[in-house]
Each structure stands twice: as structure tokens, then as C-alpha cells.
Design a protein around this ligand. Structure first.
Ligand SMILES: [Zn+2]
Length: 137
């Protein structure tokens, strides 16, 4: 198995497109309402585009109208790392893939969405890859 934490920036550049590299490895953010999964309701599992680890499921995706795919929970808590991010002059919580350390997006809480967790995992489409398959509730 590949140890994704040992992959160098040069190797990541070869594995990823320039746009994927910018978001996943440089914590970039895709423009709102441009990602391929923003409004997707297809049943399936979303994996980390950098390493293939399964991270989110369609059953936890909800329509937030914020412009990015939004989930109220990851598939399992140990699939992600949450880290305080004080860039851009505001305190946010960054969401990273626990398997490879790539940037996925941010998580916001207490926004009043009618979801079971009141959390919004605001994730870049380009950080994910959707595999269509039946998902058990
Ligand atoms: Zn990953």
C-alpha cells in the first residue's frame, strides 16, 4: 500500500491536474457554483481525489445552496482531520483527508440547517471523486 504521507510535492504535481493540485495540496478553493458535484444528488460514495479513500456518502449530502457540495457528516470521523485555519483573517476549521493529508474544504457549525448534526462540511468538488453505487442508510 502507498504511504501517501511520503509523497513529495513534485510527485503530487505529476499525479494531479494543476487545478486539483492547487486545491488539494495548496488548500485552494474552487469558485462557488462551479464544481461538478455542487448539486449532485446521485447515490454513491465520494472518495478523496488524491488518494481514493472513501470519505463522504450521498446519504449525508444536503442542499445548502452555498455553492459547494455540503455534507452534514463524514462517512466516519476517522476519515478526516479537522484543523483550525486562521487564514483570510477569520477562524475556520479546515477539513483534511486523514489518509493523505490533502485539503478537502472547511466545516461550519451552528448555521441552522435542518440537518441531524447542524454541521456543514463545505467541500470542494475537485477534492472528491464520486463513485455511483447503492448506499445503505
Ligand atoms: Zn486522501
Amino acid at each position: 500500500m502507498t504511504d501517501f504521507t511520503l509523497i513529495t510535492n513534485d510527485q503530487w504535481r505529476k499525479r494531479l491536474s494543476p487545478q486539483e493540485y492547487h486545491v488539494l495540496r495548496e488548500a485552494g478553493t474552487e469558485a462557488p457554483h462551479t464544481g461538478e458535484y455542487t448539486d449532485t444528488t446521485t447515490e454513491g460514495v465520494y472518495s478523496c481525489r488524491a488518494c481514493g479513500e472513501e470519505i463522504f456518502r450521498s446519504t449525508e449530502k444536503f442542499e445548502s445552496h452555498c455553492g459547494w457540495p455540503s455534507f452534514f457528516s463524514p462517512l466516519a470521523g476517522d476519515r478526516i482531520i479537522e484543523r483550525v485555519d486562521d487564514s483570510l483573517g477569520m477562524r475556520r476549521v479546515e477539513v483534511l483527508c486523514a489518509n493523505c493529508g490533502s485539503h478537502l474544504g472547511h466545516v461550519f457549525e451552528g448555521e441552522g440547517y435542518g440537518t441531524p448534526t447542524d454541521l456543514r462540511y463545505c467541500i470542494n468538488s475537485i477534492s472528491l471523486k464520486l463513485e455511483e453505487k447503492p448506499v445503505a442508510k
